[in-house]
Design a protein around this ligand. Sequence first.
Ligand code: SIN
Length: 294
Amino acid sequence: MSANKATLELRPECGPIGSEIAGIDLSAPLDGDTFNEIEVALWRYAVVVIRDSNLMPAQLAAFSRRFGRPQVNVRAEATNAETPEVFWISNITEDGKPVGSHDAGRYWHSDLCYLETPSKMTLLNAIEVPERDGETFGDTQFASATAAYDALPDDMKARLDGLTAANGYRYMWNKKAREFGLRPVLTEEELQKYPPDAVHPIVRKHPVTDRKCLFVCEGYTHRIVNLPEAESDTLLQELFAHLANPAFHYRHKWRVGDLLMWDNCAVQHKATNDYELPLRRLMQRCTIEGPVLA
Ligand code: SIN
């Protein structure tokens, strides 16, 4: 099959982030120039979608690999057996076993922020989208971490300069377990099999655009290093509330076949839990390792 040289058509959303890329057929091989244009669009719009991409897990993994090194999620029971870099997100249970993570993305976050090398980008492909009477549910919401940083008052920017914070998978595990009841609360000993906290700057500089981005994640960031606990808690709550301001947001309404890609430095995201069985949601995801950012 010859390489697919597409004419890209960008259809930006009206807010600070988000664009559709038309004119791409991911079932055919993609030439290097077209691939580069997709990457450029991703860094420019931070969230981009290619419609009608009905990919098998191996195809999603192969396309993802072109962006860098895929990450295998620590939650092994939700990864795909043949291509473990593909992670399943779903509310479906088959033969008594969840087919993927049932409570993924319930808080504002940036993917795999709990690792030393968090995700540079994510690819999320919709296989089943909850729908009733023509209305779809389970949107993914995005917040521009760049616009949120830019909008901070100068004294807050100065205060955040040089601060770092701890991001914890173990912290997130029991927070979700207690709040949503879809995973067991684990003891300290049981939590040891998951990665320890990763400390990252609260403000990171984007490796491509050079813009400053806010990097505190409601679901994972639990302690600002070198601040007394009460001051750390108050400042974190203030920053989480700031990121939740709809002025910085884009909300993606899913269609089956959407391949949504986002830049985990420039945006944070959150799943919308507004549906339940018999409405089904099935998504496959790949994340790509990013650099350690200052
Ligand atoms: C995620 O947090 O990566 C998943 C978001 C979603 O399922 O909407």
